[in-house]
Design a protein around this ligand. Structure first.
Ligand SMILES: Cc1cc2nc3c(=O)[nH]c(=O)nc-3n(C[C@H](O)[C@H](O)[C@H](O)COP(=O)(O)O)c2cc1C
Length: 192
C-alpha cells in the first residue's frame, strides 16, 4: 500500500467482523512498530500480545471482573453504564483478532527521557496500526482505564517499571468508516 494512501485511509474501528490473524502477521506488525524513531536508541517499548480465542476470552473474564468490582462501589446510574460497558467489551473481545498492549519502560529519575520515550512509544503504536492496515486489519487504540488496572496488568504480565501507553485492538472491518478532521491544513500551519 502506498504510504500517502495508508496515512489517510487508516481508521479507528470499534467493532469487528471476526476472523483470525496469524502469529506471523502479528510478528510482522510488531516488527514494523519497532522502526519508530526513538532518541538515544532506548527502544523503550514492549508488546504484550493477547491472541487466540482462549486468551481473548480469558481477557474478557478479567475485564468483566474489574467492571463488576467497580460497579459495587458505584451509584445506580454509574452501575448501569458499567453494565453496558461489560456487554460492549464482551462483544468487542469476542470479535477482535488480537489485542496488543504497548508499554514503555519508565525513567522516573529523568523526566525529559521519560517524555521522549512515551513519544517514541506513541510513534510505535502509529507504526503498528499502519502496518496492521497494510495487512488488511483495522485497529482501535484504547487508553481505557479499565483495561489498564492492576488485575489486567497482571494478566498481561506488565511489570511495575512499565506504563501502558495503549491497548490496541486489531480486527477485520465490519464496513467502511469515514474519517473526519475539523481543522484545515491552513489552520494548523504557520509558515515562518
Ligand atoms: C492516545 C489515544 C488514546 C485513545 N483512546 C481511546 C479510547 O480510550 N477509546 C476510544 O474509543 N478511542 C480512543 N482513541 C482513538 C480515537 O478516538 C481515534 O483515533 C479518533 O476518533 C480519530 O479516529 P481515526 O483514528 O479513525 O482518525 C485514542 C487515540 C489516541 C491517540
Amino acid at each position: 500500500m502506498d504510504i500517502h494512501h495508508a496515512l489517510r485511509s487508516r481508521r479507528t474501528h470499534k467493532t469487528y467482523a471476526g476472523g483470525p490473524i496469524s502469529r506471523a502477521q502479528l510478528t510482522d506488525i510488531i516488527e514494523a512498530a519497532t522502526w519508530a524513531p526513538n532518541h538515544r536508541f532506548t527502544e523503550p517499548w514492549h508488546f504484550y500480545v493477547v491472541h487466540g480465542a482462549d486468551r481473548l476470552a480469558a481477557m474478557d473474564a478479567e475485564v468483566q471482573a474489574a467492571l463488576s468490582a467497580a460497579a459495587k462501589d458505584a451509584g445506580e446510574a454509574a452501575a448501569r453504564k458499567l453494565e453496558s460497558k461489560k456487554r460492549k467489551m464482551t462483544g468487542r473481545l469476542g470479535a477482535t483478532a488480537a489485542v496488543i498492549v504497548v508499554t514503555w519502560q519508565r525513567s522516573p529519575d529523568d523526566a525529559a527521557l521519560d517524555r521522549e520515550d512515551y513519544a517514541a512509544t506513541a510513534c510505535a503504536i502509529q507504526n503498528l496500526m499502519l502496518s496492521a492496515h497494510g495487512h488488511g486489519f483495522v485497529s482501535l487504540w484504547s487508553s481505557s482505564k479499565m483495561l489498564c488496572g492492576p488485575a489486567l496488568r497482571q494478566f498481561y504480565g506488565v511489570s511495575a517499571e512499565e506504563t501502558i501507553a495503549g491497548v490496541v485492538f486489531l480486527g477485520t472491518p465490519t464496513g467502511e468508516l469515514d474519517g473526519r478532521r475539523h481543522k484545515s491544513v491552513e489552520t494548523v500551519t504557520s509558515w515562518v
